[in-house]
Each structure stands twice: as structure tokens, then as C-alpha cells.
Design a protein around this ligand. Structure first.
Ligand code: KG4
Ligand code: ZN
Length: 327
């Protein structure tokens, strides 16, 4: 079975192939250089860039995978959540292709797909808990099986990755802030500057709030200037890590599961990965984190999610060009 996965929800154009349970091709055209000058993603520029690149990326993916369009059995494309214009490019491309090849198309949830990046590992057992930590979301899911997801908690304001990006901007480190902060933090002392960890009240026990952390960085810089950036980054990263693992510990006490899955761009962060390894050590719950390239937005994770929709007998989507920008 060959599945083509298409991702254009935000600022990466991704085309991935899943062939007989393996991922032979996962091409990503990032737009970092387009948006970096603006300190954030400009939706109109993002959708234009997807449009300019998707065709070539598709051709290259088929070449690399050694297949022809007629060899594709199913197409998966994300249609939510994301930027409307960007989603529209991927969905239009996918539906037109599915129509021309007369094959089924699945419109899939972008967040589920971040976690599905782990599903190709045969060790994953269900039920599982999943946490998506990305630029747009920080969301806990209870995953009954690969196609049944239930939201258990989410951020009430900024997403975790968004806070990394905003803090990076305050510190003049460039966009996206996450990788810059991780690099600088490696040279710093996490105990020197203490930033707040928002645990929220009982009603929001499994929700997150990250906007206070970014504001604390702003106030620190206003008071002390841009001195000791590595220590600021290390303290910031520790506070983000403390919040994520504390909430995850609570979630795992409440819901008994066999596996814990991470996904989304922030999962690339080695410090955060290590904090989760330590948290789950000896707990009897298996931890899964995608390889670095599968953490960011990519087409292979969409193909993986699609594979399970097919396997579990979920009906294909309509070929109508429609997207759901928010969730
Ligand atoms: O999952 P993703 O590619 O896109 C969304 O769906 O949002 O995540 C992008 C986010 C950005 O906020 C970026 O700063 C963050 O992932 N990120 C990181 C790292 N690499 C990317 N955050 C912390 N440390 C990193 N190494
Ligand atoms: Zn994403």
C-alpha cells in the first residue's frame, strides 16, 4: 500500500510517502527565511510559498520514492487546524490529484498526525496519552486506539512553542525562537534566574498557560537588559519543562495508559526530551518521541495517520475543497 501525505497547515510544505509500513520519503520545504524578518508567520506569504513549491516537491518525492502517480493508493492531507489559505493549497492539490487518479482522499487532523508520527513504531500500545507541543498548540489527548482521540487539556493562552518564539524575539535571537533558545540555554545555568511555572487551579488541572512565562522574560529584560542571555534561556527552558512534566505527571495519575506519545516542534528540544525520559522512567508506561524530522510539520506524519484511518476502515473524505481553519 502506498500513501501520499500532504502537509501545508502553516509554514512548512511537506510531502511524505508511506510504502508498505515504511517512510521512504519525507520532504519538507521550510519557509523560515521568508518569515524570519517579520518575527512571526505572515499567513498570505505562507500560502503563496506553498503554492509555488508544492508541485515541484510532489514531483521530487515521487522521483525519490521511485514511483509514478498511478502507484499511489491513497492520499492524506491535513485540513485542520491551521491557516486557512495555507490549508487550502494542500487540500486543493490533494483533491485535484485524487480526482484525476480516481483514488480516495482522507482529510486528516494535523494534531492527531503529530502523535501518529509515533504510530509506525510497533511497540506503541493503547490506550495511550499524547501531548502535542507545537507552535500553535499544547494539547493532551487520550488515545483509545489510533483513530479515536479525546482532548483532555490544552493551553488557555499561548502555545508552548509560541512562547519559545516570543521569548526568542524579546531576546533578539531570531525566528523561530525554539532552536535558538535551546542552543543558548546549553551554555547557561538554569538555577540563576527563576521564571514562573503556571500550574493553574483545580478546574484547569490539565490545562496550560504559557503567556505569563513570556511576560516574565520581558520584565526581566526590561529590568536587567540583555545580559546573561544563556542563563535567561536556561531558566526559561527549565520553567517550560517543569510545566510540561508536572502537568503530564498529573494527567498520567488520572488516566491509566500503556504508552505516552509526544509530538510537535518543541519535542525536538533535547532538554525537554530528557525531562520526559526522566519523568517516565520506572513508571511502567512506554515513552515515544518522533525523530527530529518527524517532530516538525511534515507529510510523513499525515501519511501515517491516513494509514491507520484506512486500516481501521474509516470512510474516505469527500473530494470537495473545504478546510476547517480552527479547532
Ligand atoms: O510542530 P511545528 O513544526 O508547527 C506547528 O504545528 O506549530 O512546531 C513549530 C514550533 C515553533 O514554535 C518552534 O519554535 C518550536 O516548534 N521548536 C522548538 C525547537 N525546534 C522547534 N522549540 C524548542 N526547542 C527546539 N529545539
Ligand atoms: Zn504542527
Amino acid at each position: 500500500m502506498t500513501i501520499l501525505g500532504i502537509e501545508t497547515s502553516c509554514d512548512e510544505t511537506g510531502i511524505g510517502l508511506l510504502k508498505n509500513g515504511k517512510i521512504p520519503v519525507n520532504l519538507i520545504a521550510t519557509q523560515e527565511e521568508i518569515h524570519s524578518g517579520y518575527g512571526g508567520i505572515v499567513p498570505e506569504l505562507a500560502s503563496r510559498a506553498h503554492l509555488e513549491r508544492i508541485d515541484e516537491l510532489f514531483t521530487k518525492a515521487l522521483e525519490r520514492g521511485g514511483i509514478k502517480p498511478a502507484d499511489i493508493d491513497y492520499i492524506g492531507v491535513t485540513n485542520h487546524p491551521g491557516l486557512k489559505g495555507s490549508l487550502m493549497v494542500g487540500v486543493s492539490f490533494a483533491c485535484a490529484l485524487a480526482y484525476a487518479l480516481d483514488i480516495p482522499v482522507y482529510k486528516v487532523n494535523h494534531l492527531y498526525s503529530h502523535l501518529a508520527a509515533n504510530f509506525m513504531d510497533p511497540g506503541v500500545e493503547f490506550p495511550a496519552l499524547g501531548l502535542v507541543i507545537s507552535g500553535g498548540h499544547t494539547t493532551f489527548f487520550y488515545i483509545e486506539n489510533p483513530v479515536e482521540f479525546r482532548v483532555m487539556g490544552k493551553t488557555l493562552d499561548d502555545a508552548c512553542g509560541e512562547t519559545f518564539d516570543k521569548a526568542g524575539r524579546i531576546l533578539g535571537l531570531g525566528f523561530p525562537g525554539g532552536p535558538h533558545i535551546e542552543k543558548a540555554a546549553a551554555e547557561g545555568d538554569e538555577k540563576k534566574i527563576k521564571f514562573p511555572v503556571a500550574l493553574l487551579d483545580a478546574e484547569h488541572c490539565l490545562d496550560f498557560s504559557f503567556s505569563g512565562l513570556k511576560t516574565a522574560v520581558l520584565y526581566h529584560v526590561r529590568k536587567h537588559g540583555l545580559k546573561n542571555i544563556p542563563d535567561i534561556c536556561a531558566g526559561f527552558q527549565k520553567a517550560a519543562g517543569d510545566t510540561l512534566v508536572e502537568k503530564t505527571g498529573r494527567c498520567m495519575e488520572r488516566y491509566k495508559v500503556k504508552s505516552f506519545l509526544l509530538g510537535g516542534g518543541v519535542t525536538r528540544n533535547r532538554y525537554i526530551r530528557e525531562r520526559f525520559r526522566r519523568l517516565l522512567d520506572g513508571k511502567g508506561v512506554k515513552l515515544f518521541m518522533p525523530d527530529a524530522k518527524l517532530c516538525l510539520d511534515n507529510g510523513a506524519m499525515i501519511a501515517a495517520m491516513t494509514y491507520f484511518l484506512v486500516k481501521y476502515g474509516v470512510k474516505p473524505s469527500s473530494k470537495k475543497i473545504e478546510v476547517i481553519p480552527t479547532q
